[in-house]
Design a protein. Structure first.
Length: 138
């Protein structure tokens, strides 16, 4: 039986540029790095307060990386959307969409990782400020 989610993998072409984005822009912690038995270069990251890891993989033998629009994304909670947006814009990574109210008193926005993967950012309002719970796919 399944016990828990361990990691999610995203394959990339430019490993070091992507590693820099996850570390320097998103502030994730690199938890480990190694080369697999088949030759994949792997770097794992963890977000503060999360057990699951994100695996970034460079494996040229699989061919070109093609990221389809609106296929997949990672979602992260942020404390202050405006502050996050200003800091990342200064680093060359402006928001690609938003911020927009999320219907619960908070905000939602998106930023694009170097290979074209979309990153969703969610600012959750304090419980006292939350409106009715409405969930929608953005």
């Amino acid at each position: 039986m399944i016990k828990k989610l361990l990691h999610t993998r995203y394959r990339v072409t430019d490993l070091e540029k992507t590693v820099s984005f996850y570390k320097d822009v998103l502030g994730l912690e690199e938890s480990r790095r190694h080369t697999s038995g088949r030759g994949s270069q792997l770097v794992f990251f963890k977000a503060p307060g999360s057990e699951e890891e994100i695996e970034i993989c460079k494996f040229d033998a699989s061919g070109p990386v093609i990221v389809g629009p609106d296929l997949t994304h990672l979602a992260f909670e942020v404390d202050d959307m405006e502050k996050f947006a200003a800091e990342e814009k200064a680093k060359g990574y402006p928001l690609s969409d938003g911020p927009h109210p999320n219907g619960r008193g908070g905000a939602i926005a998106f930023i694009d990782a170097p290979e074209g993967y979309e990153i969703e950012l969610i600012q959750i309002a304090p419980k006292k400020d939350r409106g009715p719970r409405h969930f929608a796919c953005a």
